[in-house]
Each structure stands twice: as C-alpha cells, then as structure tokens.
Design a protein around this ligand. Structure first.
Ligand SMILES: [Zn+2]
Length: 142
C-alpha cells in the first residue's frame, strides 16, 4: 500500500467506493468522475504504478476481470459498446499512479472518440522507419 494513493485508500476502505467486483487480487469500482454511466475501473489491490510494474499473474487477473466485467457493465447500463483502455504512464494521461483499466460504456452519438483519435498530430513514418521499429520491438524481447 502507498499511503498517499487514493486507490490504495479505496482498497483499504478508508475512502468509500462503489464496488462492483472484488476478489483477493483485484478490485473493480465505479469511477468517481465517470465519462459515461457505468464507467468502471479495475485495479490490482496491491500498489503497482504501471502495467509493467505489475507482476504478470496480477496483470493477468486484472485482464481477466476486465474480460468478465465488460458484458456485465454494458448490460447494466444498456450500452451497445465500450472503450476498454489503460492510460499507462503520466505522459499518456494516467492521473492516479496505481495501474487501472477503464471500462467506458459507449453509446451511439455519445460524442466520444475512438482510440485512433487520441493523437491529433500523427507522425509520417516511412516503410523503412516502420521496419526499424518492428525489429527494435522484437529485439527488446530477446
Ligand atoms: Zn495505490
């Protein structure tokens, strides 16, 4: 637990949250500032800042919970779709430094945008640059 982390305080029960799922590893609760009805956050109970600070089995439990919750959340608010995403790091817009997956129910004409609208100024990448990025990512896994 991180003393000044709002999500750790929700896990500890020091701050009330609207819990929609809980097990030994994972907690899911309604976002206090929802982007749409049913906006849900899924977090590991242990404090990990980013996705890859999280042990693989715990990250797997978070993903599994997202998988199970998406249809329940969509159904509960009668949403035909949802955006499921992580802001992974401060530069990506992560505001609470405790990894959390979002389920944002989406509705026709809700004014929201797709993941491809995250960045308005897209880079022009040549085939050679894309090839180099591809091989760099493969090499990083070695
Ligand atoms: Zn925390």
């Amino acid at each position: 637990m991180s003393e000044d982390c709002i999500f750790c305080q929700i896990v500890a029960g020091d701050i009330p949250g609207r819990t929609v799922y809980e097990d030994d590893t994972v907690l899911a609760f309604l976002d206090a500032n929802p982007l749409s009805p049913g906006h849900t956050l899924v977090i590991p109970k242990a404090h990990h800042e980013r996705l890859n600070d999280t042990p693989a089995d715990v990250a797997g439990a978070v993903m599994s919970t997202l998988y199970e919750l998406v249809p329940a959340v969509e159904s509960a608010v009668d949403a035909p779709a949802s955006t499921v995403a992580f802001n992974n790091g401060e530069e990506a817009g992560q505001e609470v430094p405790h990894v959390h997956g979002h389920i944002v129910p989406r509705f026709e004409d809700d004014g929201g945008r797709p993941i491809h609208a995250l960045v308005t100024d897209r880079p022009e990448l040549s085939d050679a640059e894309l090839d180099a990025i591809e091989s760099d990512i493969v090499a990083e896994q070695a």
